[in-house]
Design a protein around this ligand. Structure first.
Ligand code: URA
Length: 192
């Protein structure tokens, strides 16, 4: 069985799409191999590209605050992205770039087998949940799809730029521990 380390090594050497050309570092994602919760952002920004780590810029600081507010540690969860190299000028990733990169995310999910997947922003949401979902309608709700459990949230960067979303995101985040607890207890029953 492969490890997160194996996948990270491949990401660092990845040439499957052109994004590596303008990037400084690949950003495979970071966290616990046994995480119950897997957060998925869109792609590395400037600071993430510099450090090779996910969510270490302004959005990451806000994510850290929200994790602390529910007494979760970064080391206990896993934080990844749809694409692993920074799109130039933080543009949206192209569909071909996403298609090239998604197998890494699927392999990380297969290793970790999280109880809960939290998508951050509409791009991450649309990789896993229906195309007609609107983040303004579906944020903070729980969806079961193909045997996986998802909660789509607003992206922390969007909440930083649109102050009105900040409180909504904070409130949605507060629901996560209870959702996880319930999911784990149901999973436990199902496995008996
Ligand atoms: N935004 C993302 O979507 N991912 C990061 O890693 C950082 C900012």
């Amino acid at each position: 069985m492969e490890t997160l380390h194996d996948i990270a090594k491949e990401v660092h050497d990845c040439r499957k799409c052109p994004l590596f050309k303008d990037a400084t570092h690949g950003v495979p994602g970071d966290g616990n191999e046994k995480a119950d919760v897997f957060f998925i952002g869109e792609g590395p920004g400037a600071e993430e590209d510099k450090q090779g780590k996910p969510f270490v810029g302004a959005a990451g600081k806000f994510l850290n605050e929200m994790l602390e507010s529910v007494a979760w540690k970064r080391e206990d969860v896993f934080i990844g992205n749809i694409v692993k190299h920074r799109p130039p000028n933080n543009r949206d990733p192209e569909p071909e770039e996403i298609i090239a990169c998604l197998p890494y995310l699927e392999r990380q999910l297969a290793v970790i087998k999280p109880t809960l997947i939290v998508t951050l922003g509409r791009h991450a949401m649309h990789q896993f949940l229906p195309a007609d979902f609107r983040i303004s309608q579906e944020h903070g709700k729980v969806f079961r799809r193909h045997g996986r459990l998802y909660v789509p949230l607003y992206h922390p960067a969007a909440a930083l730029y649109h102050g009105g979303l900040r409180q909504t995101l904070i409130e949605d985040f507060q629901k996560l521990p209870k959702i996880l607890k319930k999911a784990k207890s149901i999973g436990h029953e199902e496995n008996k």
